[in-house]
Each structure stands twice: as structure tokens, then as C-alpha cells.
Write a protein that binds this ligand. Structure first.
Ligand SMILES: [Zn+2]
Length: 364
């Protein structure tokens, strides 16, 4: 789908923030194939372009786990981090807080320090090359339970205390994977330890659970953001609280269509209702490679589906800045850069060659 050519081009170049993106879900299919060959992982298809085909959440998770399984060494994580950030920057990504979910790898004997150091090495190279800035969020896989989450927090805190390579890049924790049969409160100890160590907190909730579970993430886990939060509108009081306190939702509309099958089409998604209610509902891709998506395309998809113009889309980008975990000075700089781009890139206006707004220098 496509809007006007001018709007499409401007949305692609607009400096954008992304707060809900899984680094494993950014892996190029060709990289999956190469790492699988190098690490002796059998793939179910001969042609890498056939890899990312699924028709249900179960099918999607099988592909996601397959992608995870090809990451065996520190160098593999470095390659993933590098390609992830370079590919994002190509579509106007300015700043990302990216999830990584190491439970499966740790259970298989990898060390958290190697995962973090590898990602850091690749991300640093991409930052130097493109100007994009990326921070990391360690996501607990709920399939592995609360004890594993507590162990991961302890390991991360120890890496940070020891000044291990890349540990400072990990600024928060969250949880993901299945919501069925899980209670947020089970993870209170893990999130509590993370908060006590100065780590920020977010939680995937509200895809397969109701508004009470979303509120529980705030009350029991200290979550400052909710990832997805799709069911929130079913409860007026919880919605109003999120509006009043401006607790951010990291919404991924196209992912909800492709992966969760939560709505038949993008036009049926509750994203416009979330925003019109005054929720701080940001726009994100979730697993862009696995859904044939990028952040520029997601902005174009949403603008087209809901008939939104340039200024509405820039406001969404600014909400991403508001909801991010940069320090106040870096946030202000990114906000100013976005506002400058609003005028410099405005569709229909003459391009301002050499404008500051187009420089790819992200926050520091
Ligand atoms: Zn997610």
C-alpha cells in the first residue's frame, strides 16, 4: 500500500525512534542461511527467501526459534547487531531501544557476557558508520520461568558492576513470549532486582491477556512502558490511568495483523482509537525481517490505512522520543532534530539541501 509519493519519501527520511523491536527479528534471511551453514543447523528450506513463511502465531514462533538457534558465537551476535542497526538506519531510524532474548542461548551454554559483548561490538560499528544510536533491553522469555529471569538479572547486574564490554548499553529489562498460563506477579522479584539496580522496565502484555494484566505490570513489576497493550481499551479506568500518567504503549500494528492475527486488516486496528483517547501510543515494527517490514514502511502503512497526514505522523515520531529512555538532554536534542525535520522534509515544500535535520547524527 502507498500514500502520496512525497509523503512516502518524507516518512522514509523522517528521523524515527523505535522502542519495540527484537534484534533476532531483524535478521536477514540470507544471514540466517549463512550462520546455519556455519554452525551446523539444519534449515527446513533450501532457499533462504522461503524461510519467513508462516500462517499462525505457532508457525511464527517456530521461525523465531529457528532464527535464534543459528546464533552460536560472539561473532554471530556482532554480525546480527551490526546488520540490524545498518538496516534500520537505511529507513530513517535515529534511535532504537532493542530487545534481545537470551534465555534459549544461556540454557544451551552461552554466556550472557559474550552475547552482550558481541551485540555491543556490532552495534558500535553500525553507530560509527551511520549515526544511528541503539541501546539494549534484556527480555526474559516467559517460557523459561521466573527463576531464569532472576538469574539473568543477577548476571546482568554483575556484568555492569564489573564494567564488562557492552554491559552499559543494556539499559533495561522486559519480558516476552507467551502470555497464556502466565501471571505478571510471578516476575516481581526479577523486575524488583532490576529496578533496584537502576535498570528501566517494560513488559509485553495485553496481546493474549486483559487490561487487569496490563495494570498488574505497572503495579507489581514497576513497568514504565507496556509492549503491545492491545486490550487496554476494554477497561475505561486502566485506559484513563495510562492517559493521565502518560505510561507509554509500544504498538506494532502490522505485526498484530501478521503474527498475532488480532485484526483482519490494518484498517481494523485499534491504534487510531488509542491515539484519539490520548494514550502515548508509539509506532514500532516488532520483528521487521520476519514480517517483511521496516520502520519507514510501517509509518507509510499506518498513514495510508488511517488517512493520516505529515503532521500527524511527525507527532507519532515525537511520541517515540517522549517515551524513550534517553537522558533529558539527549531527548531534547532528538526532539529538536525531529521538529527541524518536520519543516525541512514537509511534503510539497522545496527540499532544503544541507539542512541540519537531515544529518544522521543521533543522540549521544
Ligand atoms: Zn515484541
Amino acid at each position: 500500500m502507498s500514500g502520496s509519493p512525497n509523503l512516502d519519501e518524507a516518512l522514509e527520511r523522517l528521523p524515527k525512534v523505535e522502542l519495540h523491536c527484537h534484534v533476532e527479528g531483524t535478521m536477514r534471511a540470507t544471514t540466517v542461511a549463512e550462520l546455519a551453514r556455519a554452525n551446523g543447523v539444519a534449515l527446513p528450506v533450501a532457499d533462504p527467501t522461503e524461510l519467513y513463511r508462516y500462517d499462525s502465531l505457532t508457525g511464527f514462533l517456530e521461525v523465531f526459534w529457528l532464527v535464534q538457534s543459528v546464533l552460536a558465537t560472539r561473532d554471530d551476535w556482532a554480525r546480527l547487531g551490526y546488520e540490524s542497526a545498518v538496516d534500520g538506519a537505511a529507513h530513517g531510524l535515529a534511535y532504537r531501544e532493542s530487545f534481545f532474548t537470551p534465555a534459549r542461548h544461556l540454557a544451551a551454554g552461552q554466556r550472557l557476557g559474550d552475547v552482550v559483548a558481541g551485540l555491543d561490538e556490532g552495534l558500535a560499528a553500525a553507530e560509527a558508520e551511520t549515526g544511528v544510536v541503539v541501546r539494549l533491553i534484556l527480555d526474559f522469555d516467559r517460557d523459561f520461568g521466573a527463576r531464569a529471569a532472576e538469574e539473568q538479572v543477577d548476571a546482568l547486574v554483575e556484568l555492569r558492576r564489573a564494567g564488562a564490554p557492552g554491559a552499559e548499553r543494556v539499559i533495561g529489562v522486559g519480558y516476552d513470549s507467551t502470555e497464556i498460563g502466565q501471571e505478571p506477579g510471578w516476575y516481581a522479584e526479577a523486575f524488583g532486582r532490576a529496578g533496584a539496580a537502576g535498570l528501566r522496565r517494560t513488559a509485553h502484555q495485553g496481546e493474549d491477556s486483559g487490561p487487569a494484566a496490563i495494570a498488574a505490570c505497572v503495579d507489581l513489576l514497576g513497568a514504565e512502558r507496556i509492549d503491545h497493550g492491545l486490550s487496554i481499551l476494554a477497561d475505561h479506568d486502566v485506559t484513563q490511568r495510562f492517559v493521565d500518567e502518560q505510561i507509554a504503549l509500544t504498538v506494532c500494528p502490522s505485526s498484530n495483523i501478521r503474527i498475532a492475527n488480532a485484526f483482519p486488516t490494518l484498517a481494523d486496528h485499534v491504534y487510531p482509537e488509542m491515539r484519539s483517547r490520548g494514550l502515548l501510543a508509539t509506532l514500532n515494527t516488532d520483528d521487521p525481517s520476519l514480517t517483511d517490514l521496516d520502520l519507514g514502511l510501517e509509518y507509510r502503512n499506518v498513514a495510508t490505512a488511517f488517512g493520516w497526514g505529515w503532521d500527524q505522523m511527525v507527532d507519532i515520531a515525537l511520541d517515540g522520543v517522549e517515551a524513550c529512555w534517553l537522558d533529558p538532554a539527549a531527548k531534547a536534542a532528538l526532539r529538536a532534530r525531529t521538529e527541524a525535520a518536520r519543516e525541512a522534509l514537509r511534503p510539497g515544500s522545496r527540499p532544503q539541501v544541507g539542512s541540519d535535520a537531515l544529518r544522521p547524527d543521533g543522540p549521544t
